[in-house]
Design a binder for this molecule. Structure first.
Ligand code: HEC
Length: 663
C-alpha cells in the first residue's frame, strides 16, 4: 500500500465509523457483521505487515490504521449472536495484544484464520460470498467505466479526472510490480468495504456480489495486456496439460496472487514461465474466457466430486457413517449439475457414475466395502471426465445426437405405436387423436420444463431427480392399468364381445383420456431429459457445422422412429388378435415393471428413498438396480400383474365376458 501523510488514520476513524453505520443499518444481520469483522481483521493485518518489519515500526500510519481496524472489529463483536460473540472476541483481543508487541505479521495471520473459522463455522456462513456463476469481464468493464474510471482512469493507471483531488491518490491498477502479490479476493474485499481513510468507497450496498466479483476480476486483469493473454493461452495449452482445469476454477484462482500463479505454473511445467502465461491465467476463469464450451466446467465439476469421494472414504473410516452417507449424496448431486453434459456424450458413462454412487452411498450406510466402492465411483468419474473432455468433430456429434433421440424416443414410440395399433384394430381410429394430443402436450411441457429448469426455477439437482422419479412411477401405474386391460382382451371371445359392443361406449371418454395420459407420460418422462441433453450437446458444438451435425442427427433419428411407428401399424394390424394382445400387453407390462425400478432409483438418487444394496447384476435398461427398494417396487408391479392375470382368467366368473368391453 502507498505510504501517505499522517492525518490519514484520523480520517480513517471517521470513515470506518461512517461506512459501518451507513451500510450496516441497511442489512443489520449477523452475516453482514461477521463478514465485516473478518474483512476488517484481514485488511488490518495487511496494513500491519506494511507498518511493522522485524519488530520495528516502519510506518506509524499503517500500524495505527491496523490497530484501528482491529478495535473496530472487536467492538462489532458485541453485535454478534451469543454463540460466537465470545469465541470471536478472543482472537481479536489476542491480535490487539500482539500488534502492540510488534510481533511478526505472518504469525498474526494464524489468529485471523482462527477468527474467520470461528465466524464461518459458528454461523454456518461463507465469509467471502462467492459468485453464483463465473464472473463476466464484459460486465466488469461496464461497471468499471461507470463506477471506478473517474478515479482510477480508463486504463486503470490511476489518472481519472477526480484523482487529482485525492490524497492518497487512487491506486495505479496497471502497476504490475506493485500488485503482483495481491489477489482478486483482496480486490473484492476492498471493493466491498472500501479502504478507510482514503477516497476508495465501499460498494457493498450499490453492487451485487456477482457485480463486485466481475469488477474485481476486471480490475485484476488491468495490469496485463490483451496480447499477452492470447500468447499466454497458447503457451499454457502447449506446456501445461491439465492447467486449463485448474485455471477455470474461479473460487480457487480468486485467492491466488500473480506471484503464486507464476510459481504454480513453474511447479507444474518445470520450465521458466513467461509473464504472458500469468496474464492469461489471471483472467482465465472469467465467463468469456471459459467460452461457450461447457466441457471445462464439466471436467472441473468432476474433479470436485472426485475429491468429495475421498472425504466420504475418510468419514467412513472414522465410522462417521451418517455424515459419510450425506456427503456421498452431496457428491452425487454435485455431479448431477453436469450430468446432462456427460450423458449427452455418453449415456453409459453417466449411468456408470449414477450406479457407482448409489452403491457408494449404500456402502457408506453400513460402513462395509466403502473402499472398493469409492474406487469404483472414482473410476466412473474418470471415465466421465474423459468423455466430457474429448473433442468432438461433426461426425461424432451427429452420432451422439442420433443415439440420444433413438434411445430416449424408442420406448415412447413403442408404447404409442402399440396403443395406436390397438385403437385402429378396434375400429376406433378417431380415438388416436387423443394420443396425438397427449404427445403434443408432452412435447410442449418437456420444452417448458427444461427451459424452466435451466433458467427460472433453479430446481436443485435433488428436486429434478425427484420429479423424474415421480413421473416414472406414475407412468408405471398407468401402464400397468392399460396393460392388464389389454391382456384381459386376449380371449378372442371377449374381444369379439368387446368389438361388437358399442365401440364409443367401450372406449368412452374416460378410457380415451387415460390413453392420452399414457401417451403424455410416455413422452414427458424422457422429454425433459432429452431437451436438456440436446441443450448440453449444442453447448459443446462449435460453429455452424457442429450445430448442423446435432440437428442432422436429431432429424435422421426422428425419421427412423417414425418409420418404426408406421411399421408397427402395418404389422400390428395384420397379426391375429390373440398374439397381438399378448405381445403388446407383455411389452407394456415389461415397461411398467422397468419404470417402477427406474422411478425408485431416481428417488434414491434424490435422497428420498434409502438404498439397501443387494448382490445382483444391474440392468438399467430394464430398471433393474441392485438395491432392495428398487427390486421390491418391481416385484410389486409384477405381482400385481400376476394377480390381475389370475383374476382375469380364473377368478372372474364366465358371465363377465358379457361386460368384457368394460373390463
Ligand atoms: C472516489 C475515487 C475512487 C473510486 C470511485 C474508486 N476508487 Fe478504488 N481506490 C481509490 C483510492 C484513493 C485508492 C487507494 C487506497 C490506498 O491508498 O490504500 C483505491 C484503491 C483501490 C484498490 C486497491 C488496490 C491495491 O493497492 O490493493 C482497488 C482494487 C480499487 N481501488 C478498485 C476500485 C474499483 C474496482 C472501483 C469501482 C468499482 C473503484 N476502485 C472506485 C479511489 C477510488
Amino acid at each position: 500500500m502507498i505510504l501517505s501523510f499522517c492525518p490519514r488514520w484520523l480520517l480513517a476513524t471517521a470513515s470506518v465509523t461512517l461506512a459501518l453505520h451507513g451500510s450496516l443499518a441497511a442489512q443489520d444481520d449477523s452475516t453482514a457483521i461477521a463478514r465485516r469483522i473478518a474483512a476488517l481483521a484481514t485488511i488490518a493485518i495487511d496494513e500491519y505487515a506494511l507498518g511493522v518489519t522485524d519488530g520495528r515500526v516502519v510506518s506509524q500510519d499503517e500500524l495505527a490504521e491496523a490497530r484501528l481496524f482491529l478495535t473496530e472489529a472487536r467492538s462489532l463483536t458485541d453485535r454478534l449472536p451469543d454463540a460466537v460473540r465470545g469465541p470471536a472476541a478472543v482472537p481479536l483481543d489476542t491480535l490487539l495484544a500482539r500488534t502492540a508487541r510488534l510481533e511478526p505479521a505472518h504469525e498474526l495471520r494464524v489468529d485471523v484464520d482462527g477468527l474467520r473459522r470461528v465466524l464461518a463455522d459458528g454461523l454456518g456462513i461463507a465469509l467471502d460470498p462467492m459468485p453464483q456463476a463465473a464472473p463476466s469481464l464484459r460486465l466488469g468493464a461496464r461497471i468499471y467505466g461507470r463506477a471506478c474510471a473517474q478515479c482510477h482512469g480508463e486504463t486503470g493507471s490511476g489518472d481519472g479526472p477526480t484523482s487529482v483531488a485525492l490524497d492518497p491518490p487512487p491506486s495505479d491498477l496497471t502497476d504490475r510490480a506493485a500488485l503482483s502479490g495481491t489477489t482478486p479476493l483482496e480486490f473484492f474485499r476492498k471493493i466491498s468495504v472500501g479502504v478507510a481513510g482514503t477516497g476508495m468507497p465501499a460498494f457493498e450496498a450499490s453492487l451485487s456480489v456477482q457485480e463486485r466479483w466481475a469488477v474485481a476480476l476486471y480490475a485484476a486483469g488491468l495490469r496485463h495486456r490483451a496480447a499477452d493473454r492470447t500468447a499466454g493461452e497458447r503457451w499454457v495449452a502447449r506446456e501445461c496439460r491439465g492447467c486449463d482445469i485448474v485455471f477455470s476454477d474461479f473460487a480457487y484462482l480468486a485467492g491466488v496472487s500473480d506471484d503464486s500463479l507464476a510459481a504454480l505454473l513453474e511447479a507444474r511445467t518445470g520450465s521458466p514461465v513467461p509473464d504472458a502465461a500469468v496474464a492469461y491465467a489471471r483472467t482465465a476463469p472469467a465467463a468469456e474466457a471459459l467460452g461457450g464450451s461447457r466441457s471445462l466446467a464439466v471436467r472441473r465439476a468432476v474433479r470436485q466430486v472426485d475429491s468429495m469421494v475421498l472425504v466420504v472414504e475418510r468419514l467412513a473410516a472414522e465410522q462417521r457413517l451418517d455424515v459419510a452417507q450425506g456427503k456421498a449424496l452431496e457428491a452425487y448431486l454435485a455431479f448431477e449439475a453436469v450430468e446432462a453434459d456427460v450423458a449427452a456424450r455418453s449415456h453409459q458413462a453417466a449411468r456408470g457414475v449414477e450406479r457407482t454412487f448409489a452403491e457408494l452411498r449404500a456402502a457408506a450406510a453400513t460402513g462395509r466395502d466403502v473402499g472398493p466402492r469409492a474406487v469404483a465411483a472414482r473410476r466412473a468419474l474418470a471415465e466421465a471426465e474423459q468423455v466430457a473432455g474429448a473433442a468432438s468433430g461433426a461426425r461424432v456429434l451427429f452420432g451422439q445426437s442420433l443415439v440420444i433421440i433413438l434411445r430416449e424416443g424408442l420406448e415412447a414410440i413403442l408404447i404409442i405405436g402399440a396403443l395406436t395399433a390397438l385403437l385402429v384394430k378396434a375400429g376406433a381410429r378417431e380415438r388416436t387423436r387423443e394420443l396425438g394430443i397427449g404427445v403434443g402436450l408432452a412435447l410442449v411441457a418437456s420444452l417448458l420444463t427444461a427451459v424452466a429448469f435451466a433458467t427460472v426455477i433453479r430446481v436443485s439437482a435433488a428436486g429434478q431427480e425427484a420429479i423424474e422419479g415421480l413421473t416414472m412411477l406414475l407412468a408405471s401405474a398407468v401402464l400397468f392399468w392399460v396393460a392388464s386391460w389389454m391382456v384381459s382382451k386376449i380371449e378372442a371371445e371377449k374381444w369379439r364381445a368387446f368389438v361388437s359392443a358399442k365401440m364409443r361406449d367401450a372406449l368412452g371418454s374416460r378410457r380415451a383420456f387415460a390413453l392420452g395420459g399414457v401417451a403424455f407420460l410416455a413422452v414427458y418422462r424422457e422429454g425433459v431429459e432429452t431437451v436438456l441433453f440436446y441443450g448440453a450437446l449444442l453447448g459443446t458444438a462449435d460453429g455452424r457445422a457442429g450445430v448442423g451435425a446435432v440437428m442432422g442427427g436429431l432429424v435422421v433419428g426422428a425419421v427412423m422412429l417414425a418409420a418404426l411407428y408406421v411399421a408397427m401399424q402395418r404389422f400390428g394390424v395384420r397379426i391375429p388378435l390373440k398374439p397381438f394382445f399378448a405381445v403388446t400387453g407383455a411389452l407394456l407390462t415389461v415397461m411398467a415393471v422397468s419404470f417402477a425400478g427406474q422411478g425408485v432409483a431416481e428417488l434414491q438418487a434424490a435422497g428420498w428413498v434409502p438404498a439397501t444394496p443387494l448382490s445382483l447384476p444391474a440392468l438399467p435398461a430394464l430398471g433393474v438396480f441392485p438395491t432392495v427398494q428398487t427390486v421390491v417396487a418391481q416385484l410389486t408391479v409384477a405381482a400385481a400383474f400376476a394377480a390381475a392375470l389370475i383374476w382375469i382368467f380364473w377368478v372372474r366368473p364366465r358371465p363377465a365376458a358379457v361386460r368384457a368391453g368394460r373390463g
